[in-house]
Design a protein around this ligand. Sequence first.
Ligand code: PHE
Length: 343
Amino acid sequence: MKQIIENVLLELQNVKATSVQEVEQLKIKYLGKKGLLAGLFEEFKQVPNEEKRKFGALLNDFKTKIEEKIEELKNGLESVHSPDAKNDDLTKPSNLLSLGSLHPLSIVKNEIVEIFSRIGYVVAEGPEIEDDRHVFGALNFPPEHPARDMQDTFFIELREDDNHALLRTHTSSVQVRTMEKQQPPIRIIAPGRVFRNEAISARAHCIFHQVEGLYIDKGVSFADLKQSLLYFAKEMFGEQTKIRLRPSYFPFTEPSAEMDVSCNLCEGKGCNICKGTGWLEIMGCGMIDPNVLDASGIDSNVYSGFAFGMGIERIAMLKYDIKDLRLYFENDLRFLKQFSSAY
Ligand code: PHE
């Protein structure tokens, strides 16, 4: 009996089937009422009692192996596409393609742009490969300013006139490009990719995204800046949101400030996300320095304005509670599929 089982198992290894009928015949041959297995079970009755255990286990194992083989042959048939098979229903709808969704950074960027477009801002763009003048010089960065250092900036080409080609380190370059082309009133929002020479970690990356805002007209004041940013904060984070402006410094704005929004998670009480302070820093802003207006051909005696800039990654982290910046760039579908494509 043992010999028979071993022979059949060997034989089974090479068995193939090309049609449902063939599989059915094999099933009858091995598992049918008068099949091989039934015969073996018949023989089993004659096995002396003390050996029944051993042979019983052997037979049961044999039975499972045959069943598995039959199943395998059946599955093999199903996966082979046979256009002329009688059972194919050509009117059946095909498999649905799974739809992709927007990247979380695109969702947040679209939302920011949409909020500002409701109060009259239009989208402006500038190149990612820039020159020193548009990223630093015309924005009132003194020649020895540390941001111009190789440590922060990716230089592409060092030029004799010092107007080096480089990857823009902020979207403030789009302010300059817009002012060069256009006289006030100016009201633009400029989303884009920026580059800084940073080691990649959970909290820093050498590529990230910003949204820049610029508003220039006659009589624009700090009160306008504050009110516009309060409107943005409430639209973005909810009606209950409060803002706080802290004095800061940027070469191209005077006075300058950092803006915090009240932490929605703990309602200002203090939690992990806001590190116990109740406030989250989300952007830099300020009144445009008159030197900056004059450097791009806008008369600072007639016009004034404000500018602001924020990191999209940071806003998306706060909105979706994302803890590691690197996730944005890994293209892991398990991460990307969690964000709705409503926008
Ligand atoms: N460009 C600044 C930065 O990258 C942000 C900023 C923009 C500050 C506009 C003030 C006004 O940090």
